[in-house]
Design a protein around this ligand. Structure first.
Ligand code: KG4
Ligand code: ZN
Length: 357
């Protein structure tokens, strides 16, 4: 990563975390504050978009003030304001974008619109600024399970994605079925620890041979049927065993596909980012596989896996260095894709696949 240095306020409000951070260069964090709304949404077993937007409105000013205070800076010290403009929940995104726009306008400094997925991918370099590219980047969160070939920060090629549920969604829905509460990922992670991951053989949806896509909806259905049958079983399995076995199925698929992509595109490094990359069993499995395959692995510290604004400020450093500033009519986009930058390795692979058909 090139070493530009600007003091940037990052804002993140795409889902149920109100976050602000001050970045002073690609890998220098002056502060990071996250206000989580989990208590607001827990009784609904999922994020309620309208409530999320309202809570962002109530808290964003305080969260920004706290990030500024922790960094020990005042408004004139800022060079730019960066804000997540998508993908995410419409009302939630709007709060951050309106706040960021107003602040940048008042301070007469540039505004930078950041793609949330690019923020997650940028989190790989926060602790490891020398992490090499090209690499494969796996984004595993509540809304995405996407595999990218990353030529360099800012240059991405989508090479695989989920055809239905995201991995985080698979954890959240399973946790609801098991009565473990919301958010489900951390609950399953915790409950699974003393469990036996081999107790139940849940399906591993690898899809057609060589596919880099994912599908988790069948696994969720398998759990539903298992729980229905288990209601009349003489010796029911413990929640710990069920959670550990279910988690193992998700982890097996994620690890297998990530390393399949690494082999296919002949790269020497892999980054795994997004909320699910905080999962302790997934981290363990990735570290062990990377070691045996001789692959350099970037796994951000868990505080930078789940939604935060440090990653938004980090991604914005690249945009700042490239002079990519937004105009005052910057809009939110709930489905915002990462810009497609086709580069030779991906083109070659696509030609190979086309030739095989
Ligand atoms: O990246 P993130 O904070 O928000 C989105 O962009 O979606 O990811 C949230 C997702 C949720 O589905 C949550 O259950 C999952 O990440 N998650 C985990 C863990 N911590 C968060 N999943 C499994 N194990 C964890 N420890
Ligand atoms: Zn996210």
């Amino acid at each position: 990563m090139s070493p530009p240095s600007a003091t940037i306020l990052g804002l993140e409000t795409s889902c149920d975390e109100t976050a602000a951070a001050i970045g002073r260069g690609p890998d220098q964090i002056a502060s990071g504050v996250v206000y989580s709304q989990h208590d607001v949404h827990a009784r609904f077993s999922g994020v309620v978009p309208e409530l999320a937007a309202r809570r962002h409105m109530e808290t964003i000013e305080v969260v920004v003030a706290e990030a500024m205070r922790k960094a020990g800076i005042t408004w004139p010290d800022l060079h730019a304001v960066a804000v997540t403009r998508g993908p995410g929940l419409a009302g939630a995104l709007l709060v951050g974008v309106c706040f960021g726009k107003a602040l940048a306008y008042a301070l007469r400094i540039p505004l930078i619109g950041v793609n949330h997925l690019e923020g997650h991918l940028a989190s790989a370099w926060i602790d490891e600024p020398d992490f090499p590219t090209p690499c494969v980047g796996l984004v595993v969160s509540g809304g995405h399970t996407h595999l990218y070939l990353v030529a360099a920060p800012g240059m991405y090629q989508l090479i695989g994605k989920t055809l239905d549920d995201a991995a985080g969604e698979a954890f959240d829905k399973a946790a609801t079925m098991l009565g473990l509460g919301f958010p489900g990922g951390p609950a399953i992670d915790r409950v699974a620890r003393p469990g036996n991951p081999q107790a139940i053989r849940f399906p591993r949806p690898y899809l057609k041979q060589g596919s880099l896509d994912f599908s988790f909806s069948g696994l969720k259905t398998a759990l539903l049927y298992f729980l229905r049958d288990q209601a009349s079983a003489k010796q029911p399995k413990s929640v710990a065993d069920i959670a550990a076995s279910y988690q193992e199925a998700v982890v097996d698929v994620l690890v297998e596909k990530a390393f399949r992509a690494v082999r296919r595109y002949r790269v020497g490094s892999l980054s795994v980012v997004g909320g699910v990359s905080a999962n302790s069993r997934l981290r363990e499995a990735l570290v062990s596989r990377a070691r045996s395959a001789g692959i350099r692995l970037a796994l951000p510290p868990t505080i930078y896996c789940t939604d935060n604004a440090v990653m938004i400020a980090a991604a914005a450093q690249q945009a700042y260095a490239r002079g990519e500033f937004a105009s005052w009519d910057l809009e939110t986009d709930t489905e915002l894709p990462l810009p497609v930058n086709v580069f030779p390795q991906a083109q070659k692979h696509r030609a190979m696949v086309a030739g095989r058909r």
